[in-house]
Design a protein around this ligand. Structure first.
Ligand code: NAG
Ligand code: NAG
Ligand code: NAG
Ligand code: NAG
Ligand code: NAG
Ligand code: NAG
Ligand code: NAG
Ligand code: NAG
Ligand code: NAG
Ligand code: NAG
Ligand code: NAG
Ligand code: NAG
Length: 521
């Protein structure tokens, strides 16, 4: 539900409420004479409301004669006709019940948004397909289920159709109705069973103005249609996550031939085989997500042509190449996010890593990296999240590596042969939130620089610490503290009652005493 478009919608509703309020304060008398609202449409709205259940009283403003001031009702200021109905719900109290045919009286309606409500698993009413002027329809997250009525294909003016997160049991045996929506720019149909649709690409290819297509988790099986001319020249965002394509993607595949594409997401689609050279044809791409598949081989050098690439996600695949060569192939300009974890990457990190100076997140855990962590890493001044867990890295990390990493929050280097050696008086330039050093060498002294105010998760288990248990851990903000398998000695300090600590592992040490809280005043 944490969807940016929902936020936008919420802000829009707020803005709208403000406008409506503003107008209402200009003191129009509550008589039919001075109102904008058309009485026939008001009656229809009241009947529509009567069919709905509204436990949270979201429609409490729906009374009086001026229906154009009711929450979620937008009228044309010229004709007075209702042109939009936006009663999406963000709260726990949702609308439900029956969608009555009185809605059809609102013949001038262009936008209908019922998203975020709970219609109890009933099918989308066929009658919505008769609202012929609709340009925008959003029934996302509203617990509609069953067959999507092909009647929606009659809405020939639709520019945007949003059916996101449909309830379990939603399906459509064909997409012929979609191909009739020639003006569509935005099409989101997710969690709808489309497994019976053999030629889904042909239906979509009839939509030449399409900009944003999301068919996440629709049971689509075929991504390799017979060779056709692709009409999708305007497509900027393509999301096909969680469909069981279970195939390889050849150089001729249509996904590499989308000249405007900025975002491509094919995560968890069972795709195997190599990433073809044709990936470099996506020269406008900003986000490429091929994670959780079975891609093998190397990342082709043609990826250098993706000059606008910001986010590259290739995690959980079988990419098998030298990490320095891979990094060398990437266009360095604007890269922010690099997910390469759970692959078969080898070799050592190059000192030139620092050239990716916008890099914010880099994940390389569970590969076969060797060598030392280059000191050039300190040039990644925007780095907030680095994960190198479970590789064969060795050597020593010092203050030098961290000099300019003022934004670092997440540091994961567990299960490597790494030693962290900093001066005992060193103050870190960053404030960590999670830090995992399991089986590295931090000791013999307990690293006091880890006493940081925003720490939530700290794992220093098996890190050769031979010291007294520090008293400051009793005041730590951490919820998870793993100090096990060290040679910590002394009394376990008394924890504050307000301590957020939920898991403390001090096993395999020489600590005495028992766990207790003290009452703060
Ligand atoms: C009517 O609304 C439009 C935008 O919806 C606005 O540009 C216009 O100024 C409004 N006209 C009046 C008379 O309020
Ligand atoms: C959808 O409706 C069904 C049937 O009334 C109900 O059991 C389920 O909890 C609802 N789901 C959501 C997410 O509201
Ligand atoms: C709308 O579409 C349905 C199914 O696609 C069709 O049976 C019906 O005749 C159409 N109705 C109108 C008014 O065009
Ligand atoms: C899409 O391309 C096909 C050719 O492959 C063509 O027959 C069809 O008319 C095109 N559709 C649109 C909507 O342009
Ligand atoms: C695709 O692969 C997944 C796991 O690899 C398997 O569970 C699924 O049955 C396969 N689907 C098809 C249609 O082959
Ligand atoms: C993709 O780029 C290759 C060169 O890397 C070129 O030969 C090919 O024609 C392009 N394919 C498409 C579909 O644009
Ligand atoms: C970092 O990104 C900004 C745009 O977000 C870009 O202007 C700048 O050139 C990038 N930095 C580098 C070193 O490429
Ligand atoms: C780092 O982040 C800041 C803002 O978050 C941004 O202005 C800057 O361009 C980024 N990149 C570099 C290289 O500083
Ligand atoms: C740290 O950053 C400052 C400017 O932000 C720069 O002058 C300095 O050379 C950097 N230090 C290192 C070690 O990269
Ligand atoms: C503890 O760390 C050492 C390396 O310092 C490693 O060899 C050993 O396997 C680790 N022990 C456990 C139980 O993880
Ligand atoms: C603490 O870390 C060790 C590995 O060093 C692990 O076996 C143990 O399960 C962890 N304890 C908790 C409570 O997570
Ligand atoms: C921990 O907090 C308590 C209560 O705020 C305070 O009395 C004590 O001095 C603190 N201990 C340390 C080691 O910061």
């Amino acid at each position: 539900m944490a969807d940016p478009t929902q936020l936008v919608r919420f802000v829009t509703i707020l803005a709208m409420c403000f406008l409506l309020f503003h107008r209402s304060s200009s003191a129009l008398p509550p008589t039919t004479a001075g109102t904008l609202c058309i009485p026939r449409e008001r009656d229809a709205l009241l009947d529509f409301k009567a069919g709905l259940t509204d436990p949270g009283n979201l429609m409490s403003s729906w009374r009086g004669v001026e229906c154009c001031r009711w929450t979620g009702v937008v009228c044309s200021n010229r004709t007075g006709h209702v042109v939009a109905l936006q009663i999406s719900s963000e709260s726990m109290d949702k609308l439900g019940g029956e969608i009555r045919s009185s809605l059809l009286t609102l013949r001038h309606m262009k936008q209908l948004d019922l998203s975020g409500n709970d219609f109890g698993g009933q099918p989308i009413p066929e009658l919505i397909g008769t609202l012929g002027r609709l340009t925008h329809l959003d029934l996302s997250y509203s617990n509609f289920s069953g067959r999507i009525p092909p009647h929606l294909g009659n809405l020939s003016n639709l520019v945007s159709l949003r059916l996101k997160y449909m309830a379990h049991g939603s399906y459509s045996p064909d997409l012929a109705w979609v191909s009739r929506l020639r003006k569509l720019q935005v099409l989101w149909i997710t969690y709808v069973d489309l497994s019976a649709v053999a030629d889904w690409f042909h239906a979509i290819n009839m939509l030449p103005y399409l900009i944003d297509l999301d068919l996440t988790s629709c049971g689509l099986q075929n991504i390799v249609p017979p060779p056709v001319h692709s009409n999708l020249t305007s497509l900027e965002s393509l999301t096909l996550d969680l469909n069981p394509f279970n195939t390889s993607l050849g150089a001729k595949n249509w996904v590499w031939n989308l000249p405007s594409l900025q975002g491509l997401s094919l995560s968890s689609c069972g795709i195997h085989g190599p990433i073809p050279d044709a990936v470099g044809n996506l020269t406008s791409i900003q986000t490429l997500d091929l994670g959780f598949n079975m891609f093998t081989g190397i990342v082709p050098s043609t990826i250098k042509k993706q000059k606008k690439l910001q986010n590259l996600l290739l995690h959980y695949n079988f990419i098998n190449m030298d990490v320095a060569e891979l990094l060398h192939r990437l266009p360095s300009n604007e890269l922010y996010v690099l997910f390469l974890e759970e692959n078969h990457l080898t070799g050592s990190l190059p000192d030139q890593l620092g050239h990716f100076s916008n890099l914010t997140i880099i994940a390389l855990d569970n590969n076969k990296l060797s060598g030392e962590i280059p000191v050039g890493i300190r040039e990644l001044i925007n780095l907030s999240d680095i994960s190198l867990t479970s590789n064969n890295l060795h050597g020593t990390i010092t203050e030098d590596h961290f000099t300019n990493l003022t934004n670092l929050q997440f540091l994961y280097i567990s299960d490597n042969s790494l030693t962290v050696k900093v001066d005992s008086t060193w103050k870190a330039p960053f404030s960590l939130v999670q830090a995992d050093f399991r089986s590295c060498i931090l000791g013999p002294q307990f690293p006091s620089w880890l006493n940081q105010p925003h720490m939530i998760d700290l794992d220093v288990s098996n890190t050769s610490i031979h010291d007294n248990i520090p008293v400051w851990i009793a005041n730590s903000s951490a919820q998870y503290l793993n100090l096990s398998r060290n040679r910590l000695a002394g009394m376990l300090p008394t924890f504050s009652l307000s301590s957020p600590l939920r898991i403390l592992d001090v096993s395999s040490n020489q600590i005495v005493g028992r766990f207790q809280h003290f009452q703060t005043t």
